[in-house]
Structures are given as C-alpha cells and as structure tokens.
Design a protein around this ligand. Structure first.
Ligand SMILES: Nc1ncnc2c1ncn2[C@@H]1O[C@H](COP(=O)(O)OP(=O)(O)O)[C@@H](O)[C@H]1O
Ligand SMILES: [Mg+2]
Length: 41
C-alpha cells in the first residue's frame, strides 16, 4: 500500500454526518483495524 498521496502528505479520511450516533466512531475504528491488518504502516 502506498502510504502517501500524490503531494507526499498523509491521506485524510473524513467520516461525517449531521447526526450523532450514526456510526462515525465505529467506522473509524473498523478502518484503523483493517489498515493495521493489511500491514499499515
Ligand atoms: N453498522 C452498525 N450497525 C448497528 N449498530 C451500529 C453500527 N455502527 C454503529 N453502531 C452503534 O451505534 C452507536 C453509535 O455509534 P458511534 O460509532 O458511537 O456513532 P458516532 O461516532 O457517529 O456518534 C453505538 O452503540 C454503535 O455500537
Ligand atoms: Mg463518535
């Protein structure tokens, strides 16, 4: 996996929703776990 974007900076993934309790933190946690399992960094 390429860990830098085309400008050499970090990727920023935004998880947004107007409403609370819609799974933003849960999704963020699953993203982190899946990236770590893929070998990130
Ligand atoms: N895909 C999903 N299916 C069912 N429940 C979910 C799902 N995603 C999150 N939840 C539950 O919804 C609640 C709020 O999730 P959370 O990630 O804390 O939301 P947010 O960060 O957007 O406020 C938690 O109890 C979480 O376990
Ligand atoms: Mg949250």
């Amino acid at each position: 996996m390429n860990h830098e974007n085309e400008t050499g900076g970090p990727h920023i993934i935004v998880l947004g929703n107007e409403k609370g309790g819609t799974g933003k933190s849960t999704t963020a946690m699953h993203l982190v776990v899946s990236l770590l399992r893929e070998g990130f960094p």
